[in-house]
Ligand binder design. Structure first.
Ligand code: ADP
Length: 637
């Protein structure tokens, strides 16, 4: 599949926008790159000019003082320019390195600030992946943009400088009496020579670009190969410990290796290898041949003109070197412009990504700060469909959370429990209906303010490789006493006493060799402690005990009333036994509320969903821990 062809005008517009964006963030990259090339390009000019004068002097007057003087100036100029070049090369390397790393913040900020619904959209994820893969494939996109300034400066100085050094080649006349060679004085010969020069200069990069097009057009296929390679090597085997275990146990590495071989886009039998042996390689060779033929023609023209007496031996070096450089500079200019045009379609992906609009309405109302945590939330006839789906995940849900009460939401997998929480946290907006906080549509609140009312432990929560204290507090500096209290409430008190550095102990070994590996259950308790530390009016626990053993689960339930305190709690679970301690239970079925009431009332309805679910799970309640739980929880409020 080929990359879409852009018009030159569109290419210019995209490059202009990307250049402005990068210039605004990393001006030092462009300045250092340009200055580096100014001094790099001046060095050969100084050498060409002085060499021509020195050779001329040697072949002519041979004045000792003049020669020494010129050699000294040449050496000094080289020294000065080389030192300056080295300084700017170093500056540019550092600036480039910084820009390469920090340009990621452009993406990070976008990813963090975009609507969750957009982030969750497969189109957004594909586009982002495409950008990253284009970068690793051949630096397409912003990395290349960061290097064009230097190339353009080098090319422009090269063209201007060599034109100045070459000009006389066409003006100096072969003396009278040179016989047939005086034809070289004819303007026609000069025009033909100049035309030949430009033709070769345009032809060679044009052929070279054709060869390069095979490479760039291959990017779509290569991306797939890259994806396979990355998945089966890095993610599968090394980094993702979760998968690495299964891979070893079931020898899934064999399937992976086979898939990798099938998806190999770069091996000897790959399409790109066939192209390299065929048209791509041929075109590259043709581009080189054209440039060599042209260089030969220039040598011939300059030598014959010198032989006929138009200028001395010193100028021969000057003209030949300068024209070869002119050719190189023009070729560089055309190549850079051509490559910028190719790169524009990769830049377009990046700008498309950064331009993704936020569709969610962002309100500005502040949320009233209440020490008594008395916030009232109500779902008013809410229905919701995930983007690009036909089925409703929630249908006509009306629900009021009573202040300070514990509400359980139960139902089979896929019945809409987590979706309810996602809507409550405004990760998505309802398709129909309205959610209200203290009587006002939640869309009207400032999002950060609104979220300060909720503490959530999501089903697929994540902890980070920070210290235990930082994980609980979710900040760098934290209140140690409060962190310990929350960990104690979550049931992790004993575990901290075994940790060598206490709250300073790092989770996982990513940043500290002495970091601790924690079990799924411990991780869940830390996540609960984090929710408690936030001290928000609402505490939402989505399947909070899924990874806990029965004893730990029992501990959490028995303490739940104490943990929750005066807050409103929403407890989601498909294990009915774990919801008995709640004030009210809401039963979800296929996105609708089908029943609500206390455990006893719901169980009394033998034709209802709750009764059916309870009986289906009866096996579980007969376990010793559940028996203990049954006995204890009936009295917990
Ligand atoms: P529960 O928490 O009760 O297990 P969910 O709220 O997660 O159920 O899911 C309700 C329905 O919404 C299911 O049919 C599920 O497949 C669908 N669903 C959940 N997340 C998404 C999503 N990001 N995109 C599309 N459909 C989804």
């Amino acid at each position: 599949m080929k990359k879409d062809k852009l018009s030159w005008k569109e290419g210019l517009r995209l490059n202009g926008r990307a250049a402005r964006l990068l210039w605004k963030n990393y001006p030092q990259v462009f300045i250092s790159d340009a200055l580096k090339e100014v001094f790099s390009t001046l060095i050969p000019f100084v050498n060409i000019w002085f060499s021509a004068r020195i050779i001329g002097e040697l072949a002519g007057a041979r004045n000792r003082e003049t020669l020494i003087y010129m050699i000294l100036i040449l050496l000094l100029a080289n020294l000065l320019l080389s030192v300056l070049r080295a300084a700017f090369v170093r500056w540019n390397e550092t600036a480039l390195w910084v820009a390469y790393r920090s340009k990621e913040t452009l993406f990070d900020e976008k990813l963090l600030s975009m609507d969750f619904a957009t982030l969750d959209n497969s189109h957004t994820r594909d586009l982002f992946l495409k950008i990253k893969q284009n970068e690793s494939w051949s630096d397409w996109g912003f990395p290349r943009m960061l290097r064009y300034a230097g190339s353009l400066v080098k090319a422009v100085i090269g063209i201007c400088g060599t034109l100045a050094l070459t000009w006389n080649l066409f003006l100096l006349q072969v003396p009278e009496g040179a016989g047939g060679l005086s034809v070289l004085n004819s303007p026609v010969v000069n025009i033909v020579m100049i035309a030949l020069m430009f033709a070769a200069v345009i032809l060679s990069p044009a052929i070279s670009k054709k060869s390069m097009d095979y490479w760039t057009n291959y990017s779509e296929e290569a991306r797939f190969g890259n994806r396979i390679f990355t998945f089966y090597t890095y993610y599968f085997g090394i980094y993702e410990r979760r998968r690495a275990l299964d891979a070893r146990m079931y020898r899934q590495d064999i399937i992976c290796r086979n898939n990798m071989e099938k998806g190999d886009m770069f091996g000897i039998k790959s399409p790109i290898a066939a192209l390299a042996r065929g048209p791509m390689g041929m075109l590259s060779a043709a581009a080189d041949t054209v440039s060599r033929i042209f260089t030969g023609a220039v040598y011939l023209f300059v030598c014959i003109k010198a032989w006929a007496g138009a200028f001395g031996v010193g100028e021969v070096t000057q003209y030949i070197s300068a024209i070869t450089m002119l050719y190189g500079s023009l070729a560089l200019f055309l190549r850079t412009v051509g490559e910028m045009q190719t790169n524009a379609s990769f830049v377009k992906d990046i700008l498309d990504f950064l331009d993704i609009p936020d569709d969610m309405y962002k309100g500005s109302l502040t949320v009233e700060k209440r020490n008594d945590c008395k916030y009232e939330v109500e779902f008013c006839n809410v229905s919701f469909r995930y983007p690009n789906t036909e089925e409703y995940a929630l249908k006509n849900v009306s629900l009021r959370f009573r202040i300070g009460e514990k509400l359980a939401v139960v139902g089979e997998n896929g019945s809409g429990k987590t979706t309810l929480i996602k809507l409550l946290c405004r990760l998505y907006d309802p398709t129909e209906g309205e959610i209200r906080l203290n009587g006002i549509d939640i869309r009207k609140y400032d999002y950060k303010e609104y979220m300060s009312v909720f503490s959530v432990v999501f089903q697929d929560f994540a902890l980070f490789a920070f210290s235990l204290g930082q994980n609980v507090a979710a900040t760098e500096q934290y209140d140690e006493i409060k962190v310990k209290k929350c960990l104690k409430e979550a049931g992790l008190e004993e575990r901290i006493t075994c940790m060598k550095s206490g709250l300073e102990t790092y989770l996982y070994k990513d940043f500290d060799e002495e970091g601790v590996e924690i079990s799924g259950g411990e991780a869940q308790k830390i996540a609960i402690a984090r929710a408690l530390y936030k001290n928000a009016g609402f505490l939402i626990l989505d399947e909070p005990t899924a990874a806990l053993d029965p004893v730990a689960e029992y501990e959490i339930y028995t303490k739940f009333g104490k943990i929750v305190g005066g807050r409103t709690a929403i407890y989601i679970s498909h294990r009915l036994a774990s919801c008995r301690f709640c004030d009210e239970i809401v039963v979800f079925d296929k996105g609708r509320i089908c029943q609500r009431g206390s455990h006893e009332n719901l169980l009394a309805d033998t034709g209802g969903k709750y009764y059916a679910l309870w009986n289906a799970q009866a096996q579980y309640y007969k376990s010793p821990a559940a028996a203990m739980l049954n006995a204890e929880t009936s009295g917990i409020k």
